[in-house]
Design a protein around this ligand. Sequence first.
Ligand SMILES: C[S@@+](CC[C@H](N)C(=O)[O-])C[C@H]1O[C@@H](n2cnc3c(N)ncnc32)[C@H](O)[C@@H]1O
Length: 286
Amino acid sequence: MRITNSSNIWEQQTVLNNFTEQETEAYYDNQDSIYSSFWDPDGSVHWGYFDGTTGNDFLKACANLNDTMIKRGQIDQESNVLDLGCGNGTTALSMYEELGCNVVGVDLSGVRIDNANTALSKRLDDAQEKVAFEKASATELPFEDGAFSHVWSQATLYHVHDQEDALKEAYRVLEDGGTFVFDDLLKPQPNISPSAQKHVYERLLFDTKYNFETYQKELESIGFKILDAVDLSDHLKMSYWCLSIMTRNRGGEHAEHYEELSESYEQTAQAVVNREVGWGLFVCQK
Ligand SMILES: C[S@@+](CC[C@H](N)C(=O)[O-])C[C@H]1O[C@@H](n2cnc3c(N)ncnc32)[C@H](O)[C@@H]1O
């Protein structure tokens, strides 16, 4: 993994992560049972949006992120949503159950798509008409131009090698006037300490050329109009403090792994404080 030192990351057009899609796929296939054991028993793996309604409760904050994105993205019963990087399908299914909208989820991990389809098969017939899951990469979506009213994505796009390609695909599959609502990790500045390199970038198999401002410039250059952009870095920090506590001194089958994760989560929270990683929420219109 290359550590970049230039002061202008926007000019570093070649900064792409050095991991292959196959490595990311294998990572999520293999780590699924560990994540499900402590993050969210329902299988979702994203960060939380904390406010007066959640207090310090991590899972409430994760559910609150869903509610916030639904509201800001104006998703309702009539919506036809693509969930990019749907993981185990938890959010896609709860979005359908809450709103009654159509949802298609795609993910690179075959294990997670199998889990999503198993969860779907246990739902009533109506869900099976309105919800579907398919294994596919965000950079090559198996859908026609303009197929969706909304593209939704949580905690996924930082993994994609060529993020620009994925953003262009999101634009392509949206109908005119459609909404792209998503969160993604950011690199606020380019000087990354060895600790953040190890515990954030290498652990999560990613790198990015975008900070909060340059991400928006990229979206605009693709053709999106930015409706809303929120720097959620403080919520990322809080999420990792919570995760660090949730995995600390946790016994059982994965005890050794939890110990390493707890240390990495603490270092990740510290990396947010040091502005070595950030988190943004964007709502854009085609
Ligand atoms: C942190 S998980 C988030 C999953 C889900 N959005 C959630 O909130 O639970 C990241 C997901 O991105 C998926 N992913 C990584 N690269 C991808 C790609 N190029 N295309 C589609 N999915 C991808 C992974 O397989 C994994 O399920």
